[in-house]
Unconditional design. Structure first.
Length: 133
């Protein structure tokens, strides 16, 4: 997929857009996205909700894993939270770790504005033979 195709793929992700995730950079196997923290992202303790962090990482994971043109479906995902944040902009950077015809693995790091690690995510996809249209 070219950059334009990855942007089109992302634009079909209504949930990610709804929660305020913005695609910043895209190339095959490597994606960067951001999310400005708003009140609706906060949990009852006033820090960013784990589901918001997971959604940001998962959006990057989805675009990265589908960036080669084949339909890729998540089969495993794990997130670890390192730091609670309350405000600012979060940046998620996803990198392809392993790619073969049927499986691929990805790592996504979420950082706060000063580059401090907030969460790290790892995911694996099953790659179908079918391609995106």
């Amino acid at each position: 997929m070219g950059k334009h195709d990855m942007e089109n793929f992302y634009n079909k992700d209504r949930f990610s857009q709804y929660v305020g995730i913005e695609l910043l950079e895209s190339s095959a196997g490597k994606i960067r996205a951001g999310m400005k923290i708003k009140k609706h992202h906060l949990n009852s303790m006033g820090t960013v909700h784990g589901a918001a962090l997971f959604a940001l990482a998962d959006a990057v994971f989805a675009v990265a894993s589908n960036s080669h043109g084949n339909i890729a479906m998540a089969i495993n995902a794990h997130i670890s939270f390192m730091l609670a944040v309350q405000e600012g902009v979060l940046i998620a950077t996803g990198q392809e770790i392993s790619l073969n015809p049927k499986l691929a693995s990805y790592k996504v790091d979420i950082t706060a504005e000063q580059g401090v690690l907030v969460a790290t995510f790892q995911g694996m996809v099953y790659r179908k033979k079918e391609t995106h249209r």
